[in-house]
Design a protein around this ligand. Structure first.
Ligand code: ZN
Length: 349
């Protein structure tokens, strides 16, 4: 099969035209072989492409990359009962060990020993991927392939919005890249009162406004915007912060803009540790700070499907490019140039 492989401990990915199909196409008793139709390109894939410190420390050289996809079931193992060949599916890409404390208590998304497809084991930038049956998500026929291909990052956005709770609240979203923009649409659909957004990219800010944000602050000019946000909220600040950027300046300013007693849900990953003032930004503020990791399995998936089928979730404009897998290098060029928000690779179409 064709596959994009991290074949060398260096920048880039290699196109392998003759990678063996996983397990030679024979699923184990509770495994499912999926023919991949489309796959989303993620910031994580960019880290793997760029071979930065994180990628060097985590990625086994030789794996097939990619973790966001939609496909069609090709073959199932003998003991599989919940899916059948021909069914259109996506899948939760976090594979949790069954015996972990958190797996057994309803929090599999933070199980120790978690394996992520395209990060710890073979992923979906390939003609075929093998998944455990328990990770499969059958896709409703009303959901388009392009949207089904990005249910993984959409799930990050839904998980963050639901963790913070946004209904009837003034919400601040710092960082409106692909997931931050999805969070704007989700927060709007989930009944946020007002949505404030902040980013360094005015084009993304315009899209945030198009998707239902009430305000966009271009933060390149410094932190004055925090005062503007307070002025717009009776001096109090935002009820909820959804931090999507991982930028220290955004984390600091976002928490400054949070009202006392507010809730901050943090999804963005800082690229390195940084000094942080707990006193003013968390402790005296009485803030609730939530780390958000992955998607709740499978609560987030049910929420996503419900939102998508409600017709209230408009993701228009977030998927800016569709590119054939063979032209994958172009996808990474566009991301590095800041010209793409979300790119979907056509694998088998
Ligand atoms: Zn991703």
């Amino acid at each position: 099969m064709r596959a994009l492989v991290k074949a060398r401990a260096d920048v880039g990915l290699d196109f392998d035209p003759a990678r063996p199909v996983p397990s030679r196409g024979q699923p184990g008793p509770r495994e499912v072989l999926i023919r991949v139709l489309k796959a989303g390109v993620c910031g994580t894939d960019r880290h793997i492409w760029e071979w930065d410190d994180w990628a060097r420390s985590r990625i086994p050289v030789g794996i097939v990359t990619g973790h966001e996809f939609v496909g069609v079931v090709e073959r199932v193992g003998d003991d599989v009962t919940t899916v059948r060949p021909g069914q259109r599916v996506s899948a939760e890409g976090h594979i949790a060990p069954a015996d972990d404390y958190n797996t057994r208590t309803g929090n599999a998304h933070i199980a120790r020993g978690m394996q992520i497809i395209g990060v710890d084991r073979d992923g979906c930038f390939a003609d075929y991927i093998m998944m455990p049956e328990g990770n499969i998500w059958p896709v409703d026929e009303r959901i388009d392939d392009v949207i089904a291909a990005v249910m993984d990052p959409l799930g990050n956005a839904v998980h963050t919005v639901m963790a913070a709770g946004v209904s009837a609240k003034n919400v601040l979203i710092t960082g409106v890249g692909a997931i931050g923009l999805m969070a704007v649409a989700v927060a709007r659909a989930a009944g946020a009162a007002r949505i404030f957004t902040a980013d360094i990219n005015p084009a993304h800010g315009q899209l945030a406004l198009d998707l239902g944000a009430d305000e966009f602050y271009d933060v390149r000019g410094g932190d004055e915007w925090v005062r503007d946000l307070r002025a717009a909220t009776r001096g109090d600040g935002a009820d909820a912060l959804l931090e999507m950027s991982g930028a220290p300046d955004a984390i600091n300013a976002g928490l400054d803009a949070l009202r006392n007693g507010g809730t901050a849900a943090l999804l963005g990953l800082p690229s390195r540790p940084f000094p942080f003032d707990f006193n003013s930004r968390v402790i005296f503020k009485g803030a609730t700070v939530l780390g958000v990791n992955g998607r709740r399995m499978f609560e987030t998936w049910y929420q996503m499907e419900a939102l998508l089928l409600s017709g209230r979730l408009d993701l228009g404009g977030i998927i800016t490019h569709r590119i054939p897998m063979a032209n994958y290098a172009r996808a990474f060029e566009l991301m590095q140039a800041g010209e793409a928000i979300k790119i979907v690779l056509d694998i088998n179409d």
